[in-house]
Ligand binder design. Structure first.
Ligand code: IPM
Ligand code: MG
Length: 360
């Protein structure tokens, strides 16, 4: 029996529409092979939403996302909107989407593909076999804590304030996601904090430690964030699953991503307690190459695979897409960001065509 899913597509800005087009072609190709039917609806977010309706996250977009089974997002932002007031910045739209859908858990896998070993800036022996899952808390911490804002002091100075705050229930729910992720992986979880300095991190460490009792098959360790940044570069293979707060996760997930050589290859999933998840590449909107058919669509395509796996419970379809990505890499196709000698340079569209051939 055919399974129907309604998907909201948010192409966003910069290279977003180009890479989304490839992912949509892939989804359309895969659907009949697994007896799936997708109803695709597009909505505005980020800079393109600012241009069209004056706000980075129109209410209609949030409604549409809430009414769908999953959301596939490309990328937002660009120079053009960088100097707008914060409420009208593309990034504010993305944060509003995360908060509006309650997407507290952000899964960011960083896995080295053997085909791209040489793309890493680290020695092959250091990165070979790296397979890390960063579980980042996404709707709390310093990104959302109160008070926040710009205030005037008594002496007439300006004072910028953000607050890093976590409640025990916020820590517990992300902790559970991370322990469960670790259980499905190599069973090792490293919780990253700054408990030597921050009270909020002390609570984080206490709660994660307490939670660990329920997961005796997961080997739990703790690490300070500064050391974690160093260890990720020194010997990344020591990590399996990492769990951390919003800001530390933002930073460490970029570092983990770059171990793989190209951020253009990495997908992510943002999930809530229930309701639709948002699936998006880790990379940004790359306004410098937008519209030039140079973008690497593979992170977007792998995000569609993550959507099938984690959002729609269609692991076989996800496997097939991931296999097609491996196939085109094995055939030697490379966009500029992952180009190496002897390989076949292709643009975004041609990479999409190669994927469709691999899927047929
Ligand atoms: C990310 C990005 C966002 C973040 C920005 C664009 C708001 O860096 O998804 O990692 O800081 O969370
Ligand atoms: Mg980031």
């Amino acid at each position: 029996m055919t399974q129907h899913f309604t998907l909201t597509l948010l192409p966003g800005d910069g290279i977003g529409p180009e890479i989304m087009a490839v992912a949509v072609d892939v989804l359309k190709a895969i659907a009949p092979q697994f007896d799936l039917a997708f109803t695709l609806q597009e909505a505005l977010i980020g800079g393109s939403a600012i241009d069209e309706v004056g706000t980075p996250l129109p209410e209609a977009t949030l409604d549409r996302c809430r009414q769908s089974d999953a959301v596939l997002l490309a990328a937002i932002g660009g120079y053009k909107w960088d100097s707008l007031p914060r409420a009208q910045r593309p990034e504010t739209g993305l944060l509003g989407l995360r908060a509006g859908l309650g997407l507290f858990a952000n899964l960011r896998p960083a896995k080295i593909l053997p085909q791209l070993l040489d793309a890493s800036s680290l020695k092959a022996e250091v990165v070979e076999g790296v397979d890390i899952m960063v579980v980042r808390e996404l709707t709390g911490g310093i990104y959302f804590g109160q008070p926040k804002g710009l205030f005037a002091t008594e002496t007439g100075e300006q004072r910028g304030v953000n607050t890093m705050a976590y409640t025990s229930s916020e820590i517990d729910r992300i902790g559970k996601v991370a322990f469960e992720a670790a259980q499905k992986r190599q069973g090792r979880l490293c919780s990253v904090d700054k408990a030597n300095v921050l009270e909020v991190s002390q609570l984080w460490r206490d709660r994660i430690t307490a939670l660990g009792v329920d997961y005796p098959n997961v080997e739990l360790s703790h690490m300070y964030v500064d050391n974690a940044a160093m260890q990720l570069l020194r010997w990344p293979k020591q990590f399996d699953t990492i769990v951390t707060g919003n800001l530390f996760g933002d930073i460490l997930s970029d570092a983990a991503a770059m171990l793989t050589g190209s951020i253009g290859m990495l997908p992510s999933a943002s999930l809530g307690e229930s309701g639709p998840g948002v699936f998006e590449p880790v990379h940004g909107s790359a306004p410098d190459i937008a519209g030039e058919d140079k973008a690497n669509p593979l992170a977007q395509v792998l995000s569609a695979a993550m959507m099938l796996r984690y959002g729609l419970d269609q692991p076989a379809a996800a496997d097939k897409i991931e296999a097609a990505v491996m196939a085109v890499l094995n055939q030697g196709y490379r966009t500029g960001d992952i180009m190496a000698t002897g390989m076949t340079p292709v643009g975004c569209k041609a990479m999409g065509e190669a994927l469709l051939r691999a899927l047929s």
